[in-house]
Design a protein around this ligand. Structure first.
Ligand SMILES: Cc1cc2nc3c(=O)[nH]c(=O)nc-3n(C[C@H](O)[C@H](O)[C@H](O)COP(=O)(O)OP(=O)(O)OC[C@H]3O[C@@H](n4cnc5c(N)ncnc54)[C@H](O)[C@@H]3O)c2cc1C
Length: 407
């Protein structure tokens, strides 16, 4: 019987395990570095105030700027443990979704300002968060099934016989043998594992992208409902979107409008520091048109906020978390660009760190056998949309092709 090791039980890892199992492809062992967390005590995402569910990656958005603690999900479910679950359209098969039930004051004001605003469609069932593991992996973990999950196992590198993968080695030095290895450790950790493994495929780690954002923080006239949603509404226009946050995680006194550029051209890279830990340089806005297009989108959002529609909702609007007033930048376009360059921010949608050419169409690492990547790393560029659903669909496609090829 063919044996598979899937590294990482995040969005892609759960989808790969489910697809391999549905095709009776062999014994599937999923290795996850984090724990299996109990269900969240509330279901409103993003859960970036839940540190036990996070791993903080080191990332710098622009040269000379401070290194950020960039949150990614840690544990069974990966980033679906903490993400907002915001979708752009229908969810992938097997993933439940529903529109946010109660749009609050921020979302209603956005709707008043633009007809493009609609209640957010989020990954939930009856208002409760459903992780990729809940939807795709847990149902497989029965005694009869050929899928096994091990938690608390940190994969350090892939081992090879010549150019054929024969298994993985954990940080403790344990060797786990397998006929096939599928990396699903996310767009930062999968290239890091490959770099530590000494692969010579050109382009591993190069190409990193995230959706850059312009965040307007609203000091709410009345505190938001702490039991209500955080993300409530979405408006798409041109190559951008605006997300209405009714409150910030852990803070009912502030909401936000987050404008993001979706079609991103700047590219950075993941490399290893001297300890073998990954470090991301994003080079956000190195492509000047990214800056111009995000500034244009932010200027539209600023126009909505200053149109009077938000007067009853917010008694002050800031352009950072220190309360710097919107007036500082609202008057000229060049000041908006300056603001974006000085305090670069973004979603947590990192992708494309092993882009075009690093893997074959079937997800196999070029120049090697029986080693594939199936997570957000292998997008040609960060998708011009919320990526979660696309990560799951792509992982299923890769697993289906691997299963067929393995025969
Ligand atoms: C705060 C936040 C909010 C987001 N909001 C949205 C949203 O609203 N809508 C949307 O579409 N997308 C959203 N996303 C993005 C989406 O969740 C990701 O694109 C998607 O989860 C990426 O899937 P992945 O499988 O590549 O990585 P992940 O889901 O991050 O999974 C990687 C897994 O690998 C494990 N791992 C890492 N290293 C190792 C190792 N060495 N050994 C073993 N296991 C390892 C990790 O613990 C993790 O479980 C958000 C992400 C974050 C972090």
């Amino acid at each position: 019987m063919t044996s598979w090791v899937v590294v990482g039980a995040g969005a892609a890892g759960c989808a790969v395990a489910a697809e391999l199992a549905s095709r009776h492809a062999g014994d599937v062992l999923v290795l996850e570095t984090g724990p299996d967390h109990p269900p969240a005590d509330h279901d409103h995402g993003p859960l970036v105030d839940r540190t036990e569910r996070l791993r903080f990656e080191r990332l710098r958005r622009r040269p000379g700027k401070p290194v950020e603690s960039y949150e990614q999900g840690w544990g069974v479910g990966g980033s679906s443990l903490v993400n907002a679950g915001l979708l752009d359209g229908a969810p992938p098969q097997g993933i439940p979704s529903e529109p946010v039930a109660r749009v609050g004051a921020v979302g209603r004001a956005l709707r008043g300002a633009t007809p493009a605003a609609v209640p957010a469609n989020v990954v939930r069932r009856a208002g409760r968060r459903v992780t990729a593991a809940d939807a795709l992996l847990r149902p497989l973990l029965t005694r009869q099934s050929r899928v096994e999950l091990r938690t608390g196992v940190r994969v350090h590198r892939v081992r090879f016989a010549g150019r054929r993968a024969i298994g993985v080695e954990t940080i403790e030095g344990e060797f786990v043998a397998a006929d096939h290895v599928v990396l699903c450790a996310g767009a930062i950790r999968s290239p890091a594992i490959l770099l530590r493994s000494g692969v010579d495929t050109p382009g591993v780690g190069a190409g990193a992208q995230d959706h850059p954002t312009a965040v307007l923080t609203l000091r709410l006239s009345s505190p938001a409902d702490p039991a209500g949603p955080i993300v409530s509404s979405l408006a798409r226009f041109d190559d951008s979107h605006v997300v209405a946050l009714e409150r910030l995680p852990g803070d009912e006194r502030h909401g936000a409008l987050v404008t993001a550029l979706l079609d991103v051209r700047s590219r950075g890279q993941v490399s290893l520091d001297h300890d073998g830990a990954p470090f991301v340089e994003l080079h956000q806005f190195d492509d000047r048109t990214d800056l111009e297009r995000l500034a244009r989108a932010a200027s539209k959002t600023i126009g909505w906020v200053t149109s009077g529609r938000f007067d009853a909702v917010a008694d002050a609007v800031a352009i950072d978390d220190r309360g710097t007033s919107l007036d500082m930048i609202a008057s000229t376009f060049s000041r908006i660009e300056q603001w974006l360059l000085e305090r670069p921010t973004g979603h947590r949608h990192i992708a494309a760190t092993c882009p075009d050419g690093v893997v074959t169409d079937g997800g196999v690492l070029r120049g090697y056998e029986r080693l594939a990547i199936a997570d957000a790393s292998i997008f040609a560029s960060v998708p011009p949309a919320n990526p979660y659903a696309l990560v799951i669909e792509q992982a299923r496609r890769v697993a289906a092709r691997l299963a067929v090829a393995a025969g």
